[in-house]
Every structure is written in structure tokens, then in C-alpha cells.
Ligand binder design. Structure first.
Ligand code: HEM
Length: 379
């Protein structure tokens, strides 16, 4: 995941040989990756339908279990599968693909009549393999950035095991937030080298990441002051990113680097919203504050990062370019406006705004998927 002033660089995935998938082996590999990507996509669609049900709106797919597993579908089934797929491509060993396979298949099992523990257990296996994949990459090329991402995957595994132990999502959400934040922060650190940061920059992000992990875990045992300290750690992450991430420079460039930077900076702003909410209001295990922190992180931060990195990651996965076009900003704008409406509706108790904003979130993500598919196919 990357951008730099001169254009994209990709330290975490092997350089894609665009449109060169001619040999049978290459075609099979690409088909396998596409199948895993679609597995993650199916999980996202199920998760979006669950989101509509949670908003009390009509949804295309409805099952009794669906709203209950919305978080698992979105965070492990969709984002976890994407992250694990990218890591498997980076490691280039067949066993590593078991990670995205298990996180995705586990998500689908969650919506079948099988006991919920079946899907949760398969997802936990997938996250356990992801932890091992990071360890294998570490043996090849150790780095601070990798240590931070490993820590993130370990938090996700902990969350998955806590789900199996029936701990409610509201109590363990900081583990999931830590997973998303540390995975992305580690990837951004890999990229910060283009801006030649001082030697202490990596060390300071490692310390901040340790604080995110410790306070996130601590908030389960001591919601106060654990949640406040977790919020402070997230704000420290935002400050680090603002200081060292190349996005603050590439926003002044043009084309893809500027588009990537715009989404990154918006994502950082939403991370700050979650951090300030936890820091000032303390634990948010339910109610309006819960919806705000969960979606400031899950939609505002994580989905902005997906939008930012898709034109860089997709070519590495599919060996087919996703050309940048300014029309992609439409999805960015739709996501931002709808999320602001949703949060404002939540804060002011205006149910209609909350629902309209939530429906807008769904539309924004679907619009991005549709635009990306059209751009890839037409190219
Ligand atoms: C895009 C449209 C989305 C809609 C309409 C939506 C809707 C909702 C609603 C209405 C709730 C219940 C809130 C509450 O109990 O206060 C919820 C909970 C949640 N959402 Fe979303 N959501 C969306 C996207 C996402 C994304 C992208 C993520 C994460 C990546 C996410 C993660 C969660 C989690 C973890 C919960 C808590 C679930 C639980 O406590 O069991 N959501 N969502």
C-alpha cells in the first residue's frame, strides 16, 4: 500500500507484472487470487446487507443471524481477507493463502444455519495463520513496520478468540480497532522512507503502537481509564502520521498520488474523531457513542484507506491495472458526506439522518466497487 511524490511504490507486495498473466501457472494464480478477492467481496455485501438491517431499513439479503454477525463480516471477513491476501502475495508461499481462505470461508459459515462457533473458529484459524505469515515474512526481512503489523494481526486473533469465548463486540472493539490501525500504520511506516524521516521516527511509532495494543487490551479489563488511554494512543498515531506520512506532501501533487493522499488524510481525520471520543467520553460499549467510534474507525478510517490503496493494491493482486480516474473522487465524497450525516444524526438524535447517512455509506461503497470493476474491465 503506497504512494510517493513520483507515483506508487509497493514495498509490501511484489511489483506487479501488469497484463503479463499469459502462462498457465500465472493464470491459475490470478484466478485463485480473484476467487479470494471475491470471497472478501461476498463478505462485504453480506455485511452491508446486515448494516441496512441494523439501521431498520429494507435489505436485499435478510436472515435472522445476519445483523448479529455484521462486525465479523466487515472486519474479519472483508478487511481481514484483503489484508491476509496481500500478505500471502508478499510471502509468495502457497500455505499463506490459507489465511484469506479461512477468514473468508469463516465469514460465509457465519451466515449458514451451522452453530456460530463454526464460523468464528474458522476465522480464528485464518487469523492465526496470518500471524504466522507475518512471522515468516519477518524471518526473511525484519523491520519495525512489520513488527507493528504483526502486533495488529495478534490483536485480531485475540478479538477472534474473545468472540469464541462470547465476549460482546462492544467490549472487545478496541482489539479490532487496534488491528486495523496498526496494520495501516505499519504499512504507512514502510512508505515514510521516501520522505527520509529521522532515525527516531520508526522507534516512536513502535512505542505508540505498543501503547495502542496495551491500552486497547487494558480497556477490556479496566474500561476506565483503559478507553481514555486508548483514545490518547490513537491520537498519538494520528499525530505521528501527520508528521511523517508522505500524504501531507503528496496532497500538493496531482493525479493518483493526490487522490491517495486525500483519502489518507480524511482517514486520519476520522481516526482522530474516534480518539477524541474515547479520550473525552471514556468507554463506548453501546449507544450513540458506540456507533460513532465503530464507524469512525471501520468506515471513516479503514474504508478511506481501502479507497486510497485500491488503485495500487488491485494491480498487484490481479495483475491488471486499476487506472486512476478523477471520477473515483465521487465515492470519496459520497462516503465522507454520508458519514458526517450519519454521525450528526446519531449525536443529535435525528433518526432519519442516521438512517439516510447509513444508507449513503452503503451506496458509497457499492459505487466505488462498481467504478473500480468498470475501470479494470475497460482497461
Ligand atoms: C457501510 C455501511 C454500514 C452500515 C449501514 C452499518 C450499520 C451499522 C449499525 C446500524 C450498527 C449498530 C450500531 C449500534 O449498535 O449502535 C453497526 C454496528 C457495527 N458495525 Fe457497521 N455499518 C456499516 C459499515 C461497517 C463497516 C465498514 C465496519 C467495519 C469495517 C462496521 C463495523 C461494525 C461493528 C464492529 C459493529 C458493532 C457490531 C456489534 O456490536 O455486534 N460497520 N453497523
Amino acid at each position: 500500500m503506497s504512494d510517493d511524490p513520483a507515483g506508487p511504490v509497493q514495498p509490501s507486495v511484489p511489483a506487479p507484472r501488469l497484463l503479463s498473466g499469459n502462462t498457465r501457472g500465472e493464470r491459475t494464480r490470478v484466478r485463485g487470487r480473484l476467487a479470494l478477492l471475491l470471497l472478501g467481496g461476498a463478505s462485504m455485501l453480506l455485511g452491508l446487507s446486515a448494516g441496512l438491517m441494523l439501521l431498520g431499513l429494507p435489505a436485499p439479503i435478510t436472515t435472522e443471524r445476519l445483523p448479529e454477525v455484521h462486525g465479523q463480516l466487515m472486519i474479519v471477513g472483508f478487511l481481514g481477507t484483503l489484508i491476509a491476501l496481500e500478505r500471502a502475495i508478499a510471502l509468495r508461499q502457497a500455505w499463506a493463502y490459507a489465511a484469506p481462505l479461512a477468514t473468508g470461508v469463516g465469514a460465509l459459515l457465519l451466515v449458514t444455519p451451522l452453530p456460530m462457533t463454526a464460523g468464528l473458529a474458522v476465522q480464528a484459524v485464518g487469523l492465526g495463520i496470518l500471524v504466522a505469515v507475518y512471522a515468516a515474512i519477518w524471518r526473511r526481512a525484519a523491520s519495525t513496520a512489520l513488527a507493528i503489523q504483526w502486533l495488529g494481526s495478534f490483536l485480531a486473533l485475540c478479538a477472534s478468540l474473545l468472540w469464541l469465548a462470547q465476549v460482546p463486540t462492544g467490549a472487545l472493539f478496541p482489539f479490532l480497532a487496534g488491528f486495523l490501525v496498526l496494520t495501516i500504520a505499519g504499512e504507512r511506516l514502510e512508505l515514510a522512507h521516501v520522505a527520509s524521516p529521522p532515525p527516531g521516527a520508526a522507534r516512536s511509532l513502535l512505542l505508540i503502537s505498543a501503547a495502542v495494543a496495551i491500552t486497547g487490551a487494558g480497556s477490556l479489563l479496566w474500561p476506565t481509564p483503559g478507553s481514555e488511554l486508548f483514545g490518547a494512543s490513537l491520537l498519538a498515531t494520528v499525530l505521528w502520521l501527520l508528521r511523517y506520512d508522505v500524504a501531507t506532501r503528496t496532497i500538493r501533487s496531482v493525479g493518483l498520488p493526490r487522490y491517495t493522499a486525500a483519502n489518507l488524510l480524511l482517514g486520519m481525520a476520522w481516526l482522530a474523531v474516534a480518539g477524541i471520543t474515547w479520550l473525552t467520553l471514556g468507554p463506548q460499549p453501546d449507544g450513540p457513542g458506540y456507533d460513532v467510534v465503530v464507524h469512525a474507525i471501520g468506515l471513516g478510517f479503514a474504508m478511506s484507506m481501502v479507497l486510497a490503496h485500491a488503485p495500487i493494491i488491485l494491480p498487484a493482486v490481479l495483475i491488471r491495472p486499476l487506472p486512476y480516474r478523477p471520477v473515483l473522487y465521487l465515492a470519496t465524497a459520497a462516503l465522507q458526506v454520508s458519514l458526517i450525516l450519519r454521525v450528526a444524526g446519531e449525536v443529535r438524535g435525528a433518526g432519519w439522518a442516521w438512517q439516510a447517512g447509513g444508507a449513503g455509506n452503503v451506496a458509497a461503497l457499492l459505487a466505488f466497487v462498481a467504478m473500480a470493476a468498470v475501470l479494470v474491465v475497460r482497461r
